[in-house]
Design a protein around this ligand. Sequence first.
Ligand SMILES: NC(=O)c1ccc[n+]([C@@H]2O[C@H](COP(=O)([O-])OP(=O)(O)OC[C@H]3O[C@@H](n4cnc5c(N)ncnc54)[C@H](O)[C@@H]3O)[C@@H](O)[C@H]2O)c1
Length: 377
Amino acid sequence: MPIKKILVDLSNSIKDDSYPILIGSGVICRGAGAGPGGGIADFLKSSGIKDRGRAFVITCGTVERLYGSVLRDFLEGAGVNTVFFTLPDGETTKSLKYLSYLYDGLVEKRVERSDFIIAFGGGVVGDIAGYAAATYLRGINFIQIPTTLLADVDSSVGGKTGIDHAGGKNLIGAFYQPKAVLIDADFLNSLDKRELANGFSEVIKYGAVLDKNFFSYLEHNYKSILSYDKNSLAHIIEKSCLIKAGVVNKDEKEAGLRSVLNFGHSLGHAVETLYNYENIKHGEAVAIGMVFAAMISKELGASSDESVNRVKTIIENSGLPAEIPAFTPEQFINAMKSDKKVDDKSIKFVLIKEIGRFEFKMLDFGYIYNFLNKILK
Ligand SMILES: NC(=O)c1ccc[n+]([C@@H]2O[C@H](COP(=O)([O-])OP(=O)(O)OC[C@H]3O[C@@H](n4cnc5c(N)ncnc54)[C@H](O)[C@@H]3O)[C@@H](O)[C@H]2O)c1
């Protein structure tokens, strides 16, 4: 399968941090000489970051165990001195404690600006490793090698990095773009079904508010996608990256359009907070949030029964949760207010107008409270 290349084109931003996303089977392991975009060795060579540099691979226990030796052997074979930092699996790793552990390791190894970090794992690893790269020595080069579907289609692209705080999710962070994103869908073979569906939730999001044809494709092909069919997975990863890159190209720092990617996240983040980030996954919470966002869109007259039904049906068909969990409206509102993007009175909501089209609306918490009260009865 040829390697696909998508450019995140930030040439219109204040600083041109444009970078390629390379997608393909074996993309990290194809050796030097495989041609432009042929593999990590070629990429390191052409980008110049390999010269004198060492690679600091930040990963999690599961990915280290499954694929650590593949990446290590490959990098060392390509002449790159490689050091691994392995973090525990799970959301609680996105914390000051483990960030501090990473800083200690980088200082101890005397990491310099000519060195680079590789974030090798899911969204948790990508976010914390990216933030360590953004802040250590005021910023050193980093590369994303995502290994979950969620990270392939969402978190590895766009430069949002950060960690959680007891007061809220992703409260500490920075926009910091990687030098490249290298996506090898073969890693997904070892991902369990729940994690695959978790990433699929963000894919549904792109179709729901930005691309009606893609949404139809997902409605017709969700079974093969969730059965790990290589071609369908390759297609949705490429399409999702194209959509996300298209949005980020226009609005890198979320001054406007990029907020559309928060469809389903207002209630989704609240659900994650109320579960204390345990027993629920990010994409699952977003799935609940998308159904809620579709329902409130209909209540406001922005949308029809058809959009609500189609969003709910694909979510249920994918094995994702669609029902709003049993918390009180007060609990939901308080959790929503802890989100970094809201003021005390209102929240910028992404409404769905019809499949593939969206609208922003500032909604008062009072209105959301009343609506929750009505539907939770
Ligand atoms: N930066 C962004 O723009 C952005 C966007 C969306 C989500 N996020 C963040 O991403 C995080 C969620 O990411 P996630 O869903 O990838 O979770 P995750 O990183 O916790 O990974 C999920 C689990 O899968 C395991 N795993 C990873 N790769 C594997 C593989 N190939 N085979 C088997 N197991 C594997 C991990 O060890 C972990 O246990 C959240 O913290 C969320 O806030 C960030």
